[in-house]
Ligand binder design. Sequence first.
Ligand code: ZN
Length: 160
Amino acid sequence: MKKTKAKPRKSISWDECFMRMVHIIAERSKDPSWQAGAVIADERNVVVGLGYNGFPRGVSNSAFPWDREGNFENTKYAYMCHAEENAIYNANNSTKNCKIYTNLFPCNECAKTIIQNGIREIVYESDKYAKTSVVKVSKKLLKAAGVKTRQYISAFAKNK
Ligand code: ZN
């Protein structure tokens, strides 16, 4: 082979790439308290789905409250789809054996959806609700189902 002077560039890792994509898709969110993002990639590192937190498709962003506290019917929790759910709903291919990147450890409801859709690994950035029942239950479920979880903090998060 002919010798050349040019060397391949040192590129970012797949973890860094997908977690940066999580931050970018999260910026689509209208949620005043937390912009969540999720990216699903398959075993070949091909992106299968993207999602962010928001009201269901076709629902106006002013149709329901964005509040976190008060009567359930008056909180965003009653109406919002989570980033992980949306990434699965939007998937353009099977999510079987895929990994999902998120900027926040998934809730117990998303954990169920992740398990049932055959996703085998969760790469999360923040685990700020680790002490809540929601996240404790989520971790129990994921462990019982054999879904791997690991933390990866992107350069984007470090610069925020
Ligand atoms: Zn969730």
